[in-house]
Design a protein around this ligand. Structure first.
Ligand code: NAD
Length: 290
């Protein structure tokens, strides 16, 4: 029975997972090594509750109960102690995930399940950083977590049926639809999304059209809800590049990152989170402020 969930990493994804988890009735602790990230996450989650109430998606009673069960903690070893499930949402870098899983193993009780929100990596490999492969699984949420209906649940080689069933129930309690699949690099969604997004950067690099034109063609011609550049600005160009590097190493040439994407990342144009990615959001914000 899962009551206490710890979310590790309070970035774009961690804060969204914390929100849907708290709304789903779980006792939820958010952990981040960066104090400022935790503070931002707290403010952002409170804003999500306010917006949810204003839009009639959640009652104020429900929101105050959920907020009461939500806490923030910089120390994973402390937070892990009473967890029933820990969901890792730290950056897509194997060395960071390894350190986090080692700490989780050291401090979490034996009954605790481990989930990773990795977009591309092998849950079997991530499970190898701890000592409970039967209780480890990928729980792949989508951005923005409170709006996107799916959790892609990915079983590692030794994930038990019982773990897959329990995690499916947790995701459903968070209000999500699920698919349960077996591991392969990139799963279903990231493999397609990385390919389409990368190809769009190659097109831009080749001078095929402006970002607006390419996005419009994909949305209206192929019926995608968002253009590839709108999406990568939301996902984060650094996150997309990390995904592509991993898929390139595992699946070969067709995932080689477009040089233009690498250049944007080097320039610090990481998407909405830095104010500028393929598109410039500082202009929009200035306009909103007026
Ligand atoms: P992010 O950079 O926004 O957030 C990561 C957070 O982890 C930061 O707040 C950072 O301070 C924190 N952190 C770093 N090292 C830590 C540690 N050792 N302990 C605790 N906290 C630590 O990243 P994100 O976009 O939220 O992505 C997180 C994970 O989710 C990645 O694996 C990514 O591939 C996956 N993911 C991302 C998206 C997306 O659209 N961005 C979608 C699905 C899955």
């Amino acid at each position: 029975m899962i009551n206490r969930i710890v979310v590790v990493g309070s970035g774009l994804m961690g804060r969204g997972i914390a929100y849907v988890g708290a709304v789903g009735g779980f006792d939820l602790t958010v952990v981040d090594i960066h104090e400022h990230a935790l503070e931002n996450a707290k403010k952002e989650i409170e804003r999500m509750f306010e917006k949810g109430i204003a839009l009639g998606k959640i009652t104020s009673d429900h929101a105050s109960n959920a907020l009461r069960n939500l806490s923030f903690q910089p120390d994973l070893s402390e937070a892990a102690r009473e967890a029933d499930l820990i969901i890792e949402a730290v950056p897509e870098e194997i060395a960071i995930k390894k350190r986090v899983f080692e700490t989780m193993e050291e401090h979490a009780p034996a009954h605790c399940y481990f989930a990773t929100n990795t977009s591309t990596m092998s849950p079997t490999e991530i499970a190898s950083f701890a000592k409970r492969p039967d209780k480890t699984i990928a729980m792949h949420f989508f951005n923005p977590v409170h709006k996107m209906p799916l959790v892609e649940i990915v079983r590692g080689l030794e994930t038990s049926d019982e773990t897959a069933k329990t995690i499916k129930e947790v995701a459903e309690k968070m209000g999500k639809e699920t698919v349960v699949i077996n591991e392969f690099p990139g799963f279903v969604t990231s493999r397609i999304s990385a390919l389409v997004g990368n190809e769009a950067f190659y097109m831009l690099q080749e001078g095929l059209g402006t970002p607006e034109e390419i996005d419009k063609a994909i949305k209206l011609g192929l019926n995608y809800p968002m253009g590839p550049f709108e999406l990568v600005d939301l996902v984060g160009l650094d996150t997309r590049l990390n995904n592509l590097n991993y898929l390139h190493a595992k699946l070969g040439e067709k995932y080689r990152p477009a040089p233009l994407l690498e250049q944007y990342v080097k320039a610090g144009r990481l998407g909405r989170k830095t104010g500028k990615g393929v598109y410039d959001y500082t202009i929009e914000e200035e306009w909103v402020k007026k």
